[in-house]
Design a protein around this ligand. Structure first.
Ligand code: HEC
Length: 261
């Protein structure tokens, strides 16, 4: 029993490691919806227009996306493939990784599996958290990923956000101020807030931009689990099948045992 307890404790260790890592930043919630095909289509359009130039999605083929997202192949060829790539090709970019590392200080990673790595909440919040910071080479920084090498490629849609920081009173779980037991004064903490952009500085309103980033994150979630909508559909039929068989076997059992009693 003791051994079993030890083994399960060791197996749980990576969980604790994850829980304690990194600074705590409040992430906005994003629930991916693999069944919302039009959201996925819009997300793919944003991806090829704004991201593919730097970030490959090399485990995703155009043709598989066309089938899964119900986009006719000729429309994919016309509107979603800008290079001389073919419909059966993987979604790669023409950027030389060595040059990219020189320009941005880091190679833009492949994003096919990004959601498995970071989760939807992280990516959704990251994409909406760029703000002006003149101390950075490209004039922008990111709340979720401080000192990020990625330029704010979405600035023409969103406009440029600014960040303001100030001291706020720390609150406990019940919303009451936390009092320092030595000084008797309320404890304060640094809190930063992103100020939304000046009206008209981006082509989208904040609500439109959030919706576009939802769709983009949704598409990235699809890429990291392309079988999800299939498995949900098949899973439902499998459960129905099991239920039907349970009823059938119940009556069969009754029939078999009738003569025994
Ligand atoms: C001009 C090139 C460029 C474009 C375009 C670009 N990125 Fe990036 N991106 C980068 C670089 C460089 C990094 C690595 C940053 C670092 O490690 O400091 C990065 C990092 C990221 C990360 C974090 C990766 C990680 O987990 O460490 C995500 C997520 C991301 N980009 C998403 C996107 C999305 C979505 C788009 C399209 C809207 C996009 N990027 C467009 C250059 C780019």
């Amino acid at each position: 029993m003791k051994k079993l307890f030890l083994i399960s404790l060791i197996l749980m260790m990576p969980m604790f490691a994850q829980a304690s890592g990194g600074p705590s930043i409040k992430l906005d919630t994003m629930e991916a919806d693999a069944s919302d095909k039009s959201s996925l289509q819009r997300g793919m359009q944003t991806y090829v227009n704004y991201c593919l130039g730097c970030h490959t999605a090399q485990y995703q083929r155009y043709i598989r996306a066309a089938e899964d997202l119900h986009i006719p192949e000729d429309l994919v060829m016309e509107h979603l493939i800008f290079s001389d790539q073919k419909i059966g090709d993987q979604m790669t970019s023409a950027m030389d990784p060595k040059l990219a590392a020189q320009w941005f200080g880091a190679t833009p990673p492949d994003l096919t599996n990004e959601i498995n790595l970071r989760g939807t909440d992280w990516v959704y919040t990251y994409l909406r958290s760029f703000y002006a910071d003149e101390s950075r080479p490209y004039g922008v920084n990111n709340v979720v990923y401080p000192a990020v090498g990625m330029p704010n490629v979405l600035a023409d849609l969103q406009g440029i956000q600014t960040k303001t920081c100030g001291e706020v009173t720390q609150l406990d779980d019940h919303g009451a101020a936390v009092i320092d037991s030595l000084t008797g004064e309320a404890i304060t903490e640094q809190s930063c807030e992103l100020l939304s952009v000046a009206e008209g500085s981006g082509t989208m309103t904040p609500a439109q931009f959030d919706a576009a980033m939802y769709d983009l994150t949704n598409f990235m979630a699809y890429m990291s689990k392309p079988y999800k909508s299939d498995s949900q559909r098949i899973g439902l039929w499998a459960i129905l099948f099991c239920l039907m068989m349970t009823v059938l076997f119940y009556f069969l059992k009754k029939e078999f045992w009738r003569d025994v009693h």
